[in-house]
Write a protein that binds this ligand. Sequence first.
Ligand SMILES: NC(=O)C1=CN([C@@H]2O[C@H](COP(=O)(O)OP(=O)(O)OC[C@H]3O[C@@H](n4cnc5c(N)ncnc54)[C@H](O)[C@@H]3O)[C@@H](O)[C@H]2O)C=CC1
Ligand SMILES: O=C(O)C(=O)Cc1ccc(O)cc1
Length: 290
Amino acid sequence: MIRRLAVIGVGLIGGSLARALRAANAVEEVIGCGRAPANLARARELGVIDRFTQDPAAAAADADMVFIAVPLGAMRDIFATIAPRLAPEAVVTDGGSVKGSVVADAVSVVGRAPPWLVPGHPIAGTEHSGVEASFAELYRGRRVILTPLSETDNTALERVTQMWECCGAEVTTMSVAHHDEILAATSHLPHMLAFGLVDTLSRMHEHEDIFRYAAGGFRDFTRIASSNPVMWRDICLANREALSAMLARFSVEMTDLAESIRRADAERLLSIFERAKQARDQQVERARSA
Ligand SMILES: NC(=O)C1=CN([C@@H]2O[C@H](COP(=O)(O)OP(=O)(O)OC[C@H]3O[C@@H](n4cnc5c(N)ncnc54)[C@H](O)[C@@H]3O)[C@@H](O)[C@H]2O)C=CC1
Ligand SMILES: O=C(O)C(=O)Cc1ccc(O)cc1
């Protein structure tokens, strides 16, 4: 049971965690913290938080669990503000989409990897943001990756694991570097493709007809291009090494595909599409039977 949860950044991710823990009766009190009082007042109205403050240090001061769910570019300042004010038993975790930058931010502020920090990432979300978009079931049946360091306190890791399990999530641990490489491939690259495609098409002079006659596949593929631009700018900057490597690799594959089309190489095209279909069908089947 969490006695007092401080949620710093009460949006989709922070709001959904608070809602899920409340629904599971796993938290006594939730303090919200953010920059916009109107958003925080709305969060209280919706029953997501009990009270709020705009000062992260005040929110964290008497909390036994602190969850940071702000865009990655804002993490460092939050660590700097809360670190000196944390209670001795406090555990801090986050929901940031990149883990190397979060750990580097904490280390740069504290001077070493803090034992109370359990870096985390729920692999669940939507293209919507803000507390209005949050919902209690977001994490049910979804994975949460924790990337503890050798300095991380074991009890802190256990408490964060339990917190996510209360939300119905399946918790896995891995190293920070492995997390950032995997997510560059499975999440960050696809978002770049969606943003890039929609941006390219929207700047073509026939763009109205292009969007008017788009079929379901286009809609499916581009849903994530409606995601929050500030959040994605920060993810790109925070994971630029792994994401640049994935983009370079993908560009080579795209150039090869373009060349096969130009050469009318039917055999090569069929073999690429068959390999991809088999991989995707297998993955869907595995997910269904899991
Ligand atoms: N949206 C998604 O699908 C997912 C997002 N994430 C990560 O979770 C974090 C939060 O994302 P969302 O909840 O989607 O964003 P959001 O935009 O819904 O919520 C973020 C909240 O943080 C507040 N905020 C921004 N800067 C702040 C600051 N300096 N101090 C205090 N509050 C501040 C904003 O006002 C907003 O209420 C990000 O780091 C993102 O990378 C992780 C998994 C999925
Ligand atoms: O909307 C979707 O499908 C997403 O992929 C959401 C998402 C965005 C960022 C993350 O770090 C994790 C999940």
